[in-house]
Design a binder for this molecule. Sequence first.
Ligand code: NA7
Length: 546
Amino acid sequence: MGREAAKTVGAKAAQTSNFDAIVIGAGVAGLYQLYKLRELGLRVRAFEAGSNVGGTWYWNRYPGARFDSESWTYGYSFSKELLDEWDWQEHFAPQPETERYLNFVADKFDLRRDLQLNSRVASARFNDKSRSWEIALEDGRRYSGRFLVTAIGILSAPTMPNITGIDTFKGISCHTHAWPKEGVDFTGKRVGIIGTGATAVQTIQEIAKTVGQLTVFQRTPNWCAPLHNGKISKEEMRDIRSRYDEIFALCRTSPGCYIHAPDPRKTLEVSPEDREAFWEKLYDSPGFGVWMGQFSDTLTDREANKLASEFIAKKIRQRVKNPAVAEKLIPKNHGLGTRRVPLETGYYEVYNQPNVELVDINETPIERVTATGIETGERAYEFDIIIYATGFDAITGAFDRIDITGTDGLRLKDVWRDGPQTYLGVFIEGFPNLLMAMGPHAGLGNYTRTAEYSVEWVTGVIRFAIERGLTRIEATADGVGEWTDHVLALGEGQLMNEIGSWMTGVNRNVEGKQRPRIMRYSGGHPAYRKHCDAIAAEGYRTLALA
Ligand code: NA7
């Protein structure tokens, strides 16, 4: 469509498309948000940048992409019918299965009728007079809605490294987030991959099965531990289905809404033999237990953390045959669990393959990408394929990529320049009627579990406003100040907040995001819910309502 034609359609759309609510995103949170707002009888439209639903599970189709959370804890819990109809095939579902699931959900609840695909929101501006949000898509089309709900994800703004010559490479190259739908054949190919986060770990262990030659460029190793995935038989699925209430109830009790919760004991209270046995058990168990199920002081006490880290280091040394390579794979600048623990299946054994090389780019930095490969200070590597598993401008990055303007020309990017400031992770002062599903400072964790709560809470406020004819809901300066201070205070002393990672909003490829910040509520999801539930029960008196 030409610019003029787009303008005309846009003009028409602006006249006809006044929604009660607009949702941005049709991933896990956005789909449910659309469902819930429609349940209120509102005229809603969800705008999605992708050509189909799924968000994270639409974009990240790189080889080996899968859940690290148990599939049966990750599905939606709101519909018994849905729980009855969907059979998970694997304990940790691969991306195609999850993508199918989210499409199944979209179809089952007829969500597509209010969903607009291929529609990336470029800007959103609050109109004080009409008390509504006006959004513009990248192609110029415009829409407006009283309420604007962002469900734009926490890992949805991918970033490329700032390396000279990336565009000159003549082979196949892409970021894991923008993986081609038709897939890539690695058989016999010379492949280079940059990054060793959770995404890279999944990719590396998968492509190592077929590549000709693989070179991994590592800047920071992470503490990885076994996933222990397995197929789900029909009987097992029947059993899981019969226990769904119990499973979701269990998730509600743990800090991250996983089935895994910290062991209440402190590390040094336990004898060295019992500690060892405990860690062995965690290492041999499926899923995030090895991270979330550690002794209660592992993520706050340096000595405790050191001991747990040493246990995993020992495992790495046992699994990687070449001691020099093993040492390179053991993190030195952070302890176990202080950054996201990638779960793996045979990741460390990949480095025992004769056709796999690990390059520590701290020792030999990448100088440039060339037409034929990658050059470090030491040598030139020739590749057919280069994979950028270089991560995301996490948590606030997706907000920064939309030009969001509140009252008096206030721009969100400026307001959050020194880190997010929110009320409950849902509201921002000066941005009335803008509600964030899974915003920064909220209780994050097992994504669907926490997103369901977030969406339901957001829906509750909107219902409250509509029932009372309120047309403007906003956080107060005091509310934002108090919540932000509370989140920062809770985050103090958490080892996780001291180290740069996507969880602390650090991305060395993005200007102004070099230093760790407290981006997430660290008081545990049960406490977060209790706080938010109380505010709802008291009629949202802490908000400015008009
Ligand atoms: P991550 O965990 O942020 O990992 C990105 C990786 O890319 C990490 O190893 C980075 O090294 C590396 N990176 C980024 N930029 C560069 C440059 N310029 N040079 C070399 N290496 C670089 O993202 P993932 O996609 O793996 O995972 C994100 C989450 O998605 C994951 O935790 C799951 O929850 C799902 P660094 O560590 O910064 O030294």
